[in-house]
Design a protein around this ligand. Structure first.
Ligand SMILES: Cc1ncc(COP(=O)(O)O)c(C=O)c1O
Length: 513
């Protein structure tokens, strides 16, 4: 496609004109030193100096239009816009021409010569070099759609980089994998997503990494649980499923005080699972977290079609995470990265605004219902940690953003409440159109489940009871249905449960003694 110096004639002029309209990236490829190509217009070699990369031989000033646009303007735009428009300066793809990023499906990539292949391996995870385009070699190392998603996620969370994994659990495993080693200790909040709890309680101890579970709402408990071997403090906030909040800034302050007494390289790191809040409602890195983990399967993916996970952090953790992902292999598939990049993240803000509105309406309805013992939602005035909620959970435009999950408990002793909760969910599963019995959360459909016997079954019963995961507790993740329909379906189901309970009581009392 490139002409050699000295060629003339209409065909070559046309070819040369085509060349100067293609991107900088391609020109680097075509005009690679040693290939004997030169860029010519009408047979005359042109060697201008590029205004962005200062490289003499590759391009004309027009070719950096989109990159300049990004460099100059990206940070002037609001995050809601940036999550849709993306990064025009992305080196992962020729973004000048595609409005929707192309879906790539190639496990391996064609390389022009061995030198380029060798360069790709040598430069993999080279975090110093932020200017060059990635040299694509093999999907597990780097891939365009995933790369663009990572750029957007880093921007949304305010981190230097994001690395995407096959699932949220793969991301959590990687975050802990690069920050701990044999003999280290982790201090974690006592309530965690069931599989995270199981990872810490059952699997990491096999590698000599132990966890102390404490109530991180209590700063005293944090201080007494830290030892010379503690390397990580790990938490979710809001906590799944009880929606307790943990004060990220206050916990970080304690860690900073302890770290001041430690030699360099032995500092304690704070890892926050931001899945429930999403970056729309809360940015833990700005509050002091060292690493943020996400299940992209939830609100960021948003449509329930793909699993994924991400770690977002400061540049110093990037290389280890890339190497870890390369060697452990839990990489996000490009076919899953693409919908999250194209549909999920760009619509996060819009979905969250609507879901929060529904969560508020439904929580208020439940709070006034005589069959409900308590409703936990950070948006309610009755929420016990309302001050912290307002301080910690706010959107990109500084509006209070309490999230899209509600937790509520039915009345009665544990046994009665559990039966009532099961009856309610089963009724919903059978009759409701706009509530679905399913685990997971953050989808466009409203999902309902019983954490005690489902998502948090791996926690010991005594622990569940002591930390507020009640047998009669129900987790509701609000979707995008009309909130009036959600309330109508819940109201009907509650009436049915009430009627059934009375029927059972009547039958019981009319039985002969
Ligand atoms: C708070 C939280 N973190 C992590 C995960 C794990 O994510 P994944 O299912 O994508 O592995 C979940 C899953 O429900 C979760 O609720």
């Amino acid at each position: 496609m490139a002409s050699t110096a000295g060629s003339t004639g209409p065909a070559n002029i046309l070819k040369s004109l085509v060349i100067i309209t293609i991107t900088h990236k391609r020109l680097h490829t075509f005009a690679a030193p040693g290939l004997g190509f030169r860029i010519c217009v009408a047979g005359i070699p042109i060697d201008p100096v590029c205004s962005v990369c200062k490289d003499k031989s590759f391009t004309s000033s027009r070719m950096h239009t989109m990159e300049e646009k990004d460099h100059q303007n990206a940070s002037k735009y609001n995050m809601r816009t940036r999550m849709i428009e993306g990064n025009y300066g992305s080196k992962h793809w020729d973004y000048n021409h595609h409005i929707v990023p192309p879906m790539s499906a190639s496990c391996a990539y064609r390389l022009e010569n061995v030198h380029r292949g060798a360069e790709g391996f040598a430069h993999f995870a080279d975090t110093e070099d932020t200017q060059s385009e990635p040299i694509l070699i093999y999907d597990r190392l780097d891939e365009p759609a995933r790369g663009m998603l990572e750029e957007k996620l880093a921007c949304a969370e305010g981190g230097d980089f994001a690395i995407c994994f096959a699932t949220g659990m793969a991301a959590i495993s990687a975050a802990l994998g690069v920050t701990t080693k044999q003999g280290d200790e982790i201090v974690a909040h006592h309530t965690l997503y069931g599989c995270t709890y199981s990872l810490l309680a059952n699997w990491l101890p096999r590698q000599g990494i132990t966890t102390t579970f404490v109530d991180l709402k209590d700063q005293g408990a944090l201080w007494t649980s830290l030892t010379g071997k503690t390397r990580v403090v790990y938490l979710e906030t809001p906590v799944n499923p009880t929606l307790d909040l943990l004060d990220i800034a206050a916990i970080k302050q304690s860690i900073v005080e302890v770290n001041a007494t430690r030699p360099s390289g032995h500092e304690i790191l704070l890892i926050v699972d931001n899945t429930f809040a999403t970056p729309f409602c809360q940015r833990p890195l700005a509050l002091g977290a060292d690493l943020v983990v996400h299940s992209l399967t939830k609100n960021i993916g948003g449509f329930g079609t793909d699993m994924g996970g991400a770690v977002v952090a400061a540049a110093k953790y990037q290389r280890d995470l890339l190497m870890y992902r390369k060697d452990f292999g839990g990489v996000l598939s490009p076919k899953s990265a693409w919908p999250i990049l194209v549909y999920g993240l760009p619509t996060l803000a819009t979905r969250m605004v609507n879901q929060q509105k529904s969560a508020m309406e439904v929580a208020s309805f439940l709070e006034s219902h005589p069959m409900i013992e308590k409703v936990i939602y950070p948006g309610l005035k009755s929420f016990p940690q309302r001050d912290l909620a307002k301080r910690q959970m706010f959107s990109y435009d500084n509006k209070f953003a309490p999230g899209s999950v509600v937790y509520f408990v039915l009345k009665g002793n544990n046994e009665e409440a559990q039966i009532a909760a099961e009856m309610l969910i089963d009724d919903v599963a059978k009759h409701s159109r706009c509530l679905t019995l399913a685990v997971s959360l953050g989808q466009i459909r409203t999902l309902i489940e019983a954490p005690y016997s489902m998502t948090h079954a791996s926690l010991p019963d005594e622990l569940k009871s002591s930390i507020g995961i009640s047998p009669g507790g129900i987790r509701l993740s609000l979707g995008l249905e009309d909130w009036r329909d959600i309330i109508a379906d819940l109201s009907r189901a509650l009436s049915n449960v009430d009627a059934d309970k009375h029927q059972v009581q009547q039958n019981f009392s009319s039985e002969p003694a």
